[in-house]
Write a protein that binds this ligand. Sequence first.
Ligand code: PEP
Length: 254
Amino acid sequence: MRKKIVAGNWKMNKNLQEGIALAQEVNNRVKALAPQNVTVIVGTPFIHLSEVNKVADVITVSAQNCAAEASGAYTGEVSAAMVASTGCKYVILGHSERRSYYGETDEILVKKVGHALENNLEIIFCVGEVLAEREAEKHFDIVKSQLSKGLFQLSTEQFAHIVIAYEPVWAIGTGKTATSAQAEEMHKFIRKTIAEKYGETTADNTTILYGGSCNSKNADELFSQPNVDGGLIGGASLKADDFMTIITARENHQ
Ligand code: PEP
């Protein structure tokens, strides 16, 4: 059975003290809720990782990025080994903001994925089309290309450490969510694409998250879809009440 996951992506928000307080609150409330079937992840800025880990006993901590190189003279970078040394278990890679603002190509992502796996990190790998690509009906081709160029170099054993996040770029931070039918259609396509490469068992076991203005109001409808295994949540993960509503929606849809 594939894992159900609700993962927050805090992006560049919250100073250290605010981040610890938010993580502590979410951790305590998840402990009280005691979900049986949902893994809750918080994706924090690098500087939070170590401290947030100390307060996270029922939630899991993720980085939002790691370097494409292992170590050395790369001022300002943070390696996968450094991320893992904080006790952090996950890393988000290929987020559309990294791809578009920081020029992360498929080739760079292949290197990052390799370093993350070498350091035993689980990867939340983001894919998704921009609005013009959807309007030109190229969204399936774009997502297939991102999957195959960024991930399909992996062995079946390595691919077991990948969670996919489908995040249509036109829905991120815009308040414009994909309909549950659009999300399900793409998630089904992603699963089929994985099955063609790695077989049905691997495809069935792969967690596929939806991201893009998923919030406390629409999460329930999105999670009712059979191929939507959870969410990667930006803005709504910064408010404990909203994030908890989303976690509860996932738990209630088993
Ligand atoms: C994201 O950036 O991963 C995201 C899903 O953001 P938002 O929920 O704010 O659209």
